[in-house]
Write a protein that binds this ligand. Structure first.
Ligand code: HEM
Ligand SMILES: *[C@@H]1O[C@H](CO)[C@@H](O)[C@H](O)[C@H]1NC(C)=O
Ligand SMILES: *[C@@H]1O[C@H](CO)[C@@H](O)[C@H](O)[C@H]1NC(C)=O
Ligand SMILES: *[C@@H]1O[C@H](CO)[C@@H](O)[C@H](O)[C@H]1NC(C)=O
Length: 257
């Protein structure tokens, strides 16, 4: 299925769910379906990061993905998705290695292999041996494979993402320690920003499958997305990351006994 078709189907599904009384449901207009979201065109610059691509597709970052200052990115992460100043600062700080003082970033700059980009990603392919840049292309087979790891058939939990990371890492070249923690941090971020806590559990979260498909597949904000009331800060992220790693350890142990 072409991704535009998937987009339309998922959008309709989302709107149907949003109208709890079926009699209140009216077929949506195109503007209602797509809002300000537009997929990347030929000349648009895109990264291997589903979140940054989402912000560009939504027009929250420049739609062409180009000429983005560190200050803009820092502020956007706080304003648009509710990161704390500490966490936004932590994320943008390493970019000074590829963005000259006062210069700007194109999202495509982030395709540089083994800068942040790494092997064993959930939804895009490893670079070929010797390649300097990865592809920003989403691998829809991988998106579907991750979605199928849902334990409850409706959402992906911290544990489900832990399983997805284990599978991805088995298939790829080994990650160095630094990229390993980046790779584990990525789903932890998504769960804190877009997920919800699992009831009765202090550190585990889950994200609905529809929202996962929107973000990782279409690079689009979930329908009705609002940032959390309290900024997602460094300690919050660390707690989510620690839980993800604990789940990975438990799953690996189970598999080996
Ligand atoms: C300045 C901020 C950020 C930068 C520079 C950045 C950059 C990147 C890069 C280069 C990758 C590719 C890693 C790979 O090879 O898989 C990546 C992956 C990812 N990013 Fe970001 N990112 C940022 C913020 C965020 C935030 C705030 C979230 C979530 C709320 C996020 C979610 C993800 C996820 C889930 C992946 C993994 C995708 C996969 O495994 O296929 N990122 N990011
Ligand atoms: C880049 O953005 C700055 C403002 O942030 C603007 O003044 C400048 O004209 C832009 N350059 C290009 C090439 O678009
Ligand atoms: C990001 O923004 C925060 C304030 O919003 C600031 O304290 C921090 O220094 C900024 N970080 C960078 C690297 O620009
Ligand atoms: C996409 O991922 C699948 C499953 O991991 C893999 O078999 C396939 O080769 C990938 N597709 C491309 C175009 O690389």
């Amino acid at each position: 299925m072409r991704s535009s078709t998937v987009a339309a189907v998922l959008s309709v599904a989302g709107l149907v769910v949003a109208h709890s009384n079926p009699r209140d449901f009216h077929p949506p207009h195109m503007a209602e379906l797509f809002g300000s979201w537009r997929p990347a065109g030929e000349d648009d610059s895109r990264s291997p990061c589903p979140l940054l691509n989402t912000l560009a597709n939504e027009g929250i970052l420049p739609h062409d993905g180009k000429n983005i200052s560190i200050a803009t990115l820092n502020q956007t992460l706080q304003d648009a998705i509710g990161l704390g100043t500490d966490l936004a600062g932590f994320l943008v700080a390493p970019l000074s290695a590829i963005v000259p003082e006062g210069g700007t970033l194109n999202l495509g700059d982030l395709l540089l292999h083994n800068f942040i980009e790494h092997d064993a990603s959930l939804v895009h392919d490893d670079v070929a041996e010797g390649e300097k840049f990865a592809s920003p292309k989403t691998n829809w087979t991988k998106v579907a494979e991750v979605a199928l790891l849902s334990s409850d058939g409706m959402s992906l939990s911290t544990r489900d993402f832990a399983q997805a990371r284990i599978i991805a890492e088995k298939r790829s070249r080994a990650l160095d320690a630094q990229h390993q923690s980046v790779a584990d941090g990525e789903p932890a971020f998504v769960l804190k920003v877009f997920g919800n806590p699992i009831e009765g559990d202090a550190t585990a979260s889950k994200i609905s499958l529809v929202d996962f498909m929107f973000l990782f597949g279409l690079n689009r904000l979930p329908i009705g997305f609002t940032k959390k009331d309290t900024p997602v800060n460094l300690p919050t992220l660390q707690a989510g990351l620690a839980r993800l790693m604990a789940e990975k350890a438990a799953l690996s142990q189970q598999a080996s006994t």
